[in-house]
Design a protein around this ligand. Structure first.
Ligand code: HEM
Length: 399
């Protein structure tokens, strides 16, 4: 009998999906779930690479979220992430102008200053909220700073951003549509300011970007700014918070990292692999395709389960299920694969590295003091709250 798992529900991802992923990779790697109008779940690394590199057969245009069973009244808003070739290539080339390695590494001093601003007020020895209270402040401030938004707008920015992606979470009160509208108005305001005089922020760079005589329309620019918040905020927060939980659950690895901070870059790659902050992305078959004896029919949804690929024994061997901060090589798919692979991956890596450098220099012990409460999302089921007590690094040096 075919395995049967509720892949369409947040609970599947919030619990530990690893045993189900193992079973699916082995026994039903191209797996049909009939809930929500039906979709194929893909769990093997090789198959996800195959699908991700064939956008003409597997389109993103109908949206990248897994089907939710609700009748579709409007098509997804056109964004880079839901644009197919050939248009995708031109759009991505234009937008990449704001994401060159030079631009990203030039951001390091600002990123570090933002981390320090957040961490300097954190006190050791008392119970405090880590996910919402510390980590959540970081990525959204960095994106806001990148856009040239003034610091006094950052918290408002964060509230809109959380609401525009967190509609599945009952705790978030502002509707996603209202948050989207508020952000659009705010972006228009930032663009108008740049029309009067450019500065060296991302919006100015993107307003001036040209490829083959073409530049971004204001609508394309606004839709990209929305995507930045959706794609770059919750995801990075989830990596840092779930990565910290992985360290807490593996105390010997945490100790190794505290003793040797030069391991932070490989530790971050392992966090990306092990926690897979973005669980999946969806594609839509443009024609009938045979895969491992199954027929994916034209028009059907195909859900690429990146977290399952990241535990594939065929790639990561016998230690695929282990958390090993020294793992090398680590060709994980946490940032996706193919032409839609994450545009912000250098920024995400920079943020996570600088966060752990600054954090572990201050605190070398982290103790969970209560329940880890997760976000009810199938795509980015991050951590809503996790109370911790931190031990100051200089105190343990004295002891
Ligand atoms: C740990 C953090 C992050 C993770 C795990 C992550 C993951 C992903 C994944 C899996 C995709 C592939 C989409 C697909 O297959 O359809 C993607 C695309 C994308 N990401 Fe990220 N992301 C992260 C951070 C960021 C950041 C910080 C930014 C920008 C500030 C960003 C911007 C984007 C954009 C613009 C795309 C769309 C690229 C395209 O369609 O060509 N991401 N990301």
């Amino acid at each position: 009998m075919e395995p049967n798992y509720p892949i369409h529900l947040p609970d599947f991802f919030i619990g530990d999906p690893a045993p189900a992923y193992r079973d699916l990779r082995r026994n039903s790697p191209v797996h049909w779930t009939s809930a929500n109008g039906g979709f194929w779940g893909i769990t093997r690394y090789e198959d996800i690479k195959f699908i991700g590199s064939r956008p003409h057969l597997f389109s993103s245009a109908k949206g990248v979220l897994m089907p939710d069973g609700k009748p579709r009244t409007v098509e997804p808003r056109p964004m880079l992430i839901t644009t197919d070739p050939p248009r995708h290539k031109a759009l991505r080339q234009l937008i990449s102008k704001g994401f060159t390695p030079k631009h990203i590494s030039a951001m390091e001093p600002d990123v570090r200053a933002i981390m320090r601003g957040v961490l300097d007020s954190v006190k050791p020895g008392i119970e405090l909220e880590y996910a919402e209270g510390i980590v959540a402040k970081v990525p959204v401030r960095i994106i806001a700073d990148m856009l040239g938004a003034p610091a006094e707008d950052w918290e408002q920015f964060r509230a809109w951003s959380d609401a525009s992606v967190g509609s599945a979470d009952p705790d978030i009160k502002l509707s996603s549509q209202d948050a989207f509208g508020a952000l659009t108005t705010y972006f228009r305001h930032l663009i108008e300011l740049r029309e009067q005089g450019r500065s060296n922020d991302l919006i100015s760079i993107l307003m001036d970007a040209e490829v083959d005589g073409e530049s971004l329309s204001h609508e394309e620019l606004i839709s990209f700014l929305h995507l930045l918040l959706v794609a770059g905020n919750e995801t990075t927060r989830n990596l840092i918070a779930l990565g910290t939980v992985a360290l807490i659950n593996h105390p010997a690895q945490l100790r190794m990292l505290v003793d040797d901070p030069s391991l932070i870059p490989t530790a971050i790659e392992e966090m990306l692999r092990y926690v897979s902050p973005v669980t999946h992305m969806t594609r839509w078959a443009t024609e009938d395709v045979e895969l491992r004896g199954k027929t994916i029919k034209k028009g059907q949804a195909v859900v690429l389960l990146y977290g399952a690929a990241n535990r594939d024994e065929d790639v990561f061997g016998d230690t695929a299920e282990q958390f090993d901060i020294t793992r090398r090589p680590n060709p994980h798919l946490a940032f996706g694969t193919g032409e839609h692979a994450c545009l912000g991956l250098s920024l995400a890596r920079l943020e996570a590295r600088v966060f752990f450098e600054e954090f572990l220099a201050r605190f070398d012990r982290i103790e969970l003091t209560g329940e880890v409460v997760r976000m009810r999302s199938t795509m980015v089921p991050g951590i809503r709250t996790m109370p911790v007590r931190l031990g100051a690094a200089n105190e343990s040096a004295v002891r």
